[in-house]
Design a protein around this ligand. Structure first.
Ligand SMILES: C[S@@+](CC[C@H](N)C(=O)[O-])C[C@H]1O[C@@H](n2cnc3c(N)ncnc32)[C@H](O)[C@@H]1O
Length: 218
């Protein structure tokens, strides 16, 4: 599956956000919600060639990016080496099983986790698996920020903006309702905040409680 994204990685511009005003807003606000501090260790899940990872690296102690695309990881590592970045590392791996990625275990837990424009590639059940595992890698008191395609209104009502938003109508993009994200993050124990950028684009922030009382104790 990663090879589909390899081709995209090779054609990528490498800029943080190039496409539309909505995507620029999605990026700016996702970073704002992440609220990265100088001491934070951050995980960038589905990082691609690291355009966002490199920006967040300027704000935090250390950032670890992973992606299913071998080519993306090669490009990201090459850039980190060329720029002499010591607080960034990249690993190959899947959103469905981040807990199986050896390199991610260098840090027991992460202060912040970003899942930016990557989760929509997964079918719903895989999204759930991924979120449960990412949540288990999050520090109590930490937060997970999903910035992605998500339906605040039925996608069919917004056909005219699919192209602009980057939604392929369900060919490969698996858009979920915003309610799905809220309910699932609540279910695994997070308090949730939502920001709507567009009818099909938004940010969900899950806050992990300091002390756990539910199923997923740390
Ligand atoms: C639209 S790009 C976003 C990349 C980066 N987050 C950004 O915004 O610049 C989507 C990324 O998700 C990755 N991806 C898709 N499915 C994945 C999976 N199952 N596990 C890990 N990464 C995945 C792709 O390889 C691709 O790099």
């Amino acid at each position: 599956m990663g090879h589909i994204f390899d081709a995209l990685a090779l054609g990528g511009s490498g800029s943080v956000i190039s496409s539309t005003d909505e995507h620029e807003e999605l990026y700016n606000d996702a970073v704002k919600h992440l609220s990265v501090g100088k001491e934070d260790v951050v995980l960038d899940a589905g990082c691609g060639t690291g355009a966002v990872t490199f920006e967040i690296a300027k704000l935090c102690h250390h950032i670890v990016g992973f992606d299913i695309s071998r080519e993306s990881i090669r490009i990201a590592r090459q850039r980190a080496k060329q720029e002499g970045k010591l607080n960034i590392e990249f690993h190959l791996g899947e959103l469905e099983c981040p807990d199986a990625i050896e390199g991610l275990k260098n840090y027991e837990v992460y202060d912040k986790i970003l899942v930016f424009r990557s989760l929509h590639h997964l079918p719903q059940l895989y999204k759930e698996n991924s979120m449960v595992k990412l949540y288990s890698m999050l520090k109590p008191g930490g937060r997970i920020v999903i910035g992605d395609l998500m339906a605040f209104e039925p996608p069919e009502q917004h056909r005219s903006s699919w192209l602009e938003i980057g939604y392929d109508g369900g060919l490969t993009d698996r858009i979920e309702s915003v309610d799905f994200h809220i309910k699932f993050l609540n279910f695994i124990g997070c308090d949730v905040k939502i920001e709507r950028i567009h009818a099909l684009l938004g940010i969900v922030v899950g806050y992990k409680k300091d002390r756990e009382h539910g199923l997923f104790k740390n």
